[in-house]
Write a protein that binds this ligand. Structure first.
Ligand code: PLP
Length: 385
């Protein structure tokens, strides 16, 4: 028996229906959408345009504001570096948050090496950004604010409407990394003052290696300097032959996730609530991040006083979970530390990521396992200290 998969924030299995939608585009309909002179190219181009419409519709935006990328990492890079390069004459200051994904943090660090200055805002103990603190951090030379929609470790949802309103007042662009949020919570760029938004397919049952960046093209009409050169694809914003099967997979995964959003998120919320209620019965457990607003499929718990390495070693045979983000494995979670947890407490934490395959039976097995191992692990650490 393979362990129970509870790492849906790291990646998700490809949905059967997504797989089927992608299939024809690997072999039969293999054309290059940039081949404008023949049938094979037109066929591929039609698939790309449909995919673009579907991705646009999922955000209530328009097809010309969607740039396909290789995933959220590339979308974040394009948004942040692209805006920095296009607006540097207006200012060289950016604002982001300490709990962002490394694809944002490392990109900002790189810009610092080019002479930009970046403010990394702390979060409150519940993981949420204090919008007043954000307001105070803005300077006349601030060109971009980047705040994620949903956190990949603790699932909390940042107040994008309020953040966006503050940015709008000051004429500052707002980017959001919505890799964990897209498809799972409503994201309407007509209603929300978001100027750039990154998303990815593999967090919602789509294929790995494809994502998109929404770039507002009405008001404001956002400018970007491309970060990949070599062809006129994607209106010149991102060169490279389009991966048609992957784009079809992205669009299908988004469309399906959205159609099932309410029902599936309610199901996950019920499972997560059960899991937390049962874990609390084990005493001395701490929730990381606000209970609400939070992704339905996320639970992050610290087991104080338990040795982190031992805890995870005992979990491995039964369940696939992590102590932090898959992208920073080996290091204590910078997100949990930003909430004020010690390095030790961060290591003794478990991120549960529930998803489409998760069942009530699995949650019960997980709970049973914790009931079995926690008293033993606690006894061990008690003896040692
Ligand atoms: C997974 C993830 C990414 C990276 O996405 P890729 O498509 O794997 O590059 C970026 N940001 C967040 C919040 C994520 O969860």
């Amino acid at each position: 028996m393979r362990p129970i998969y509870l790492d849906y924030h790291a990646t998700t299995p490809l949905e059967e229906r997504v797989w089927e939608a992608m299939m024809p585009y690997w072999r039969e309909k293999f054309g290059n959408p940039a081949s404008r002179g023949h049938y094979y190219g037109w066929e591929a181009q039609a698939a790309v345009e449909l995919a673009r419409e579907q991705v646009a519709a999922s955000l209530n935006s328009t097809p010309e504001s969607i740039i396909f990328t290789s995933g959220a990492t590339e979308a974040n890079n394009l948004a942040i570096k692209g805006v920095a390069a296009a607006y540097h004459a207006q200012g060289r200051h950016l604002v982001t948050v300490q709990t962002e994904h490394r694809a944002v943090l490392d990109t900002c660090r790189y810009l610092e090496s080019l002479g930009f200055s970046v403010t990394y805002l702390p979060v409150q103990a519940d993981g949420l950004l204090d919008v007043e603190l954000l307001r105070q951090s803005l300077r006349p030379e601030t060109i971009l604010v980047s705040v994620m929609a949903a956190n990949n470790e603790i699932g909390v949802l940042q107040p994008l409407a309020e953040i966006g309103a503050i940015c709008r007042e000051r004429g500052i662009l707002l980017h959001t990394d919505a890799a964990q949020a897209a498809g799972k919570i409503p994201l309407d760029v007509q209603a929300l003052p978001i100027d750039l938004l990154s998303l990815t397919a593999h967090k919602i049952g789509g294929p790995r290696g494809v994502g998109a960046l929404f770039v507002r093209r009405d008001t404001p009409r956002v400018q970007l300097v491309p970060q990949l050169h070599g062809g006129a694809q994607e209106q010149g914003w991102r060169a490279g032959t389009l991966a048609v099967p992957l784009l079809v997979g992205l669009a299908t995964a988004l469309t399906l996730t959205l159609a099932e959003q309410e029902v599936e998120q309610a199901r996950l919320l019920a499972l997560r609530t059960d899991l937390w209620q049962e874990l609390q019965k084990l005493d001395d457990v701490l929730l990381n991040g606000a209970w609400s607003p939070r992704l339905a499929g996320n639970l992050n718990v610290t087991f104080p006083g338990v040795n982190g390495a031992e805890l995870h070693q005992h979990l491995q045979p039964v369940m696939a979970v992590s102590s932090g983000s898959a992208c920073s494995t080996g290091q204590p979670s910078h997100v949990l530390q930003a909430l004020g947890r010690s390095v030790q407490a961060a290591a003794s934490s478990v991120r549960f990521g529930l998803g489409r395959g998760t069942t009530a039976g699995e949650i019960q097995q997980v709970v049973n396992h914790f009931q079995e191992i926690l008293p033993l692990l606690r006894q061990k650490s008690y003896i040692r200290t």
